[in-house]
Design a protein around this ligand. Structure first.
Ligand code: A3P
Length: 314
């Protein structure tokens, strides 16, 4: 709960960011996520055989979603009918982005309710707004994290790709709000550390984007073992091939730019969702001073947690 005596983070945002966001219990939420969705999602009925893919935005959600879908489809028999984005309801997203009606469309969690088991669902809500039954039903949770510098750069670029995010004019404006948790979905530190503290729970798999980059094959095996879906060597090879950055970019059934799902209507400009897919792109954005300040913050927040990230790969 937010301290009601303090001004909310949201109230400190610039006007252009306020236009597309609102305050919900101290968190900055995008207006496309209706206020009414949040209590509904917290009361969402969880099944023990559900699989939740949970991330902080831009940490490799789509990549791991594709891998999980391929594993659930036994690797070789990828369902070519549906776009990837239709295969796992994104709980807090609206079912459509149409601007033609002022009425708020229903949320994707309504779609998830009707899905047969086993359901794969994704969410980027902070832990406190997740379905309460997760604690009791203990579904499998795949959590994906990414080093915060690349995560921030990816998020900054994504914001200019969609009309539903604040349109930060310059990188420094975004970085300022990222470091104080004043962006949609809140603080990277709070999100990642809340899941890191649960890393030993048997129903949680805590992944790092950089580990997938280092050894995709090992990560595919790790995810399939966690999901208790053993794969043949052939299927593993096939999944590794299909989930490379280039293969995903070329595949219109996977690349979000080609999504027939409602998400497409929220995209603007000619940028690509699958932007660079690299570790270390942050070096092209952070100034020396920004980097020093961020390192200080990182040191303070991560001290004693045991969680480390690769910021570059050799
Ligand atoms: P960049 O913006 O750094 O390129 P999310 O799905 O959570 O929104 O994350 C998007 C980020 O994951 C983007 O990062 C995107 O390019 C990257 N990504 C998606 N698929 C990938 C893949 N197969 N390999 C590497 N990175 C991938």
């Amino acid at each position: 709960m937010a301290d009601s005596t303090k001004p909310s983070l949201w109230s400190t945002l610039p006007d252009y960011a306020k236009e597309v966001t609102y305050d919900y219990e101290g968190h900055v939420f995008q207006k496309m996520i209706s206020r009414s969705y949040i209590p509904d999602i917290m009361n969402f009925q969880v099944r023990p055989d559900d699989i939740f893919l949970i991330t902080f935005p831009k940490s490799g959600t789509t990549w791991v979603q594709h891998i999980v879908c391929l594993i659930l489809e036994d690797g070789t028999t990828s369902n070519l009918q549906d776009h990837l984005f239709l295969k796992a309801p994104f709980l807090e997203m609206p079912q459509s982005f149409s601007k033609e009606t002022a009425e708020q469309p229903p949320g994707m969690y309504e779609v998830a309710k009707e899905k047969p088991s086993p359901r794969l669902m994704k969410t980027q809500l902070p832990m406190e707004f997740l379905p309460r039954e997760i604690e009791e039903k203990k579904p499998k949770i795949v959590y994906v994290s990414r080093n915060p510098k690349d995560n921030a750069v990816s998020f900054f670029n994504f914001c200019s790709l969609t009309v539903n995010c604040p349109q930060y004019k310059v990188w420094s404006e975004f970085l300022h709000d990222f470091t104080r948790g004043a962006i949609p979905r809140g603080s990277w530190f709070d999100n990642v550390l809340s899941w890191w503290s649960k890393r030993d729970e048997p129903n949680l798999l805590f992944l790092k984007y950089e580990d997938l980059k280092k050894d995709l094959r090992a990560s595919v095996i790790q995810i399939s073992e966690f999901l208790e879906r053993p794969l043949s060597e052939e299927a593993i090879d096939d999944i590794v091939m299909k989930s490379s950055f280039n293969a995903m970019k070329k595949n219109p059934k996977v690349n979000p730019d080609h999504s027939e799902a409602s998400f497409k209507h929220a995209l603007q400009g000619n940028r690509s969702f699958l932007r660079k897919g690299q570790v270390g792109d942050w070096k092209n954005y952070f100034t020396v001073a920004q980097n020093d300040a961020f390192d200080d913050l990182y040191e303070r927040k991560m001290k004693g947690t045991g969680l480390t990230f690769d910021f570059t790969l050799d």
